[in-house]
Design a protein around this ligand. Structure first.
Ligand code: OGA
Ligand code: NI
Length: 358
């Protein structure tokens, strides 16, 4: 895990060079290419991931109407994805955070290169996930950093320019840790458990939190590439903030790819592999990918709320019975995420490898 297998090329530089066709390394095999006209398929036009109103959600996560709890439970079983509105994070602040990151990606390349990352920790400015030599790459650059545990939080690995960037990133982390904690309680209750049960399975106060900001430059041949290959999120819970004017995220539903239409100032919430394991597959971590386009760049912020990285994660005993035996063998999140760090995004192949032998 020492260095990248090939010289790093910034996708943004490729895009800005004005080339008319993309390099071979970004051309996906025909079976993985997006069908860019699915939107014209009338059966997909009004399909969207569920939108859930969290108005009135208290600190203890206990006071949502039963109908809302039912919607959440259904969304986690059937989609692995939902969007939340009235989540308590100020819309103006969400815009400020997104635009601060946009300014970062529009800094001169030399300034960004000062934060270039390596596959050892992935922290900083990066352009690939996985270290497989000769891999077909995704059409995106990103920035990755840690909030929690505090032992991993390192301001030196956060961008300093643009001005006040670190303060904004810090504040965003505080807000999302709070929101994530409340959603964890809601999920726990919706699984029929005590409100703190899921958080305790994450290691209580010792959970982890990190941020991956994705930058998808304009792509001259979007029909051949993906901004981010199909994957399920390896961690616990993801809270995603995207550009709402520029679609790109697609979620797999019954073997179709559904393009998410984000509501203004919503967060997109999705179940990661660790919650699929803890819930004994009652809740699903669902495959998703990102498509790109030729006229607009796109930015997204993925906030990952993860279990403590060195404790075994396995199905919670309340959700295991003789009728529903434990589907997965225990594994720590540190061991688990090594896979994606070596091999890059590969659908749901990793969680499938965890299936208990029986
Ligand atoms: C991710 C991810 C989706 C997006 O970062 O894991 O799935 O819309 N991002 O950028
Ligand atoms: Ni993802």
């Amino acid at each position: 895990l020492h260095d990248w297998p090939e010289p790093v090329i910034r996708v943004q530089s490729l895009s800005e060079s004005g080339l008319k066709s993309i390099p071979e390394r970004y051309i996906k095999p025909a079976t993985d290419r997006p069908s860019l006209n699915v939107e014209e398929d009338p059966s997909n036009m009004d399909v969207n991931i569920p939108i859930i109103d969290l108005k009135g959600l208290s600190e203890d996560g206990n006071n949502l109407p039963q109908s809302t709890m039912d919607q959440i439970s259904l969304a986690c079983r059937e989609w692995g994805f939902f969007q939340v509105v009235n989540h308590g994070v100020c819309p103006g602040f969400m815009d400020q955070v997104r635009e601060t990151w946009r300014s970062f990606f529009h800094l001169p390349m030399e300034m960004k290169q000062a934060y270039a990352n390596s596959p050892k920790t992935y922290e900083g400015y990066g352009s690939r996930l996985g270290i497989e030599k000769g891999a077909i790459l995704d059409w995106s650059d990103y920035y990755y950093l840690h909030y929690l545990p505090l032992t991993l939080k390192d301001y030196n690995k956060w961008p300093a320019p643009p001005d006040s960037c670190r303060e904004v990133i810090d504040e965003y982390g505080k807000e999302l840790v709070k929101l994530g904690g409340r959603i964890m309680k809601v999920l726990s209750i919706s699984l029929g458990l005590k409100e703190d049960r899921l958080q305790n399975a994450f290691g209580g106060d010792n959970f982890g939190a990190c941020l991956r900001v994705n930058f998808y430059p304009k792509c001259p041949q979007p029909e051949l590439a993906l901004g981010l290959s199909s994957h399920s999120d390896p961690g616990g819970l993801t809270l995603l903030l995207t550009d709402h004017q520029v679609p790109g995220l697609q979620v797999r539903k019954d073997d179709k790819w559904i393009t998410v239409k984000p509501a203004p100032h919503a967060f997109i919430v999705n179940i990661g592999d660790q919650i699929q394991v803890l819930s004994n597959a009652n809740y699903k971590s669902v495959e998703h990918r990102v498509i790109v386009n030729s006229d607009m760049e796109r930015l997204s912020l993925g906030f990952f709320y993860n279990p403590k990285s060195d404790i075994p994660i396995q199905p919670m005993e309340e959700l295991v019975s003789t009728d529903k035996p434990a589907l997965y063998s225990p594994m720590t999140f540190d061991e688990y995420r090594l896979f994606i760090r070596l091999r890059g995004p590969k659908g749901k192949s990793q969680i499938e490898s965890l299936h208990s032998p029986r």
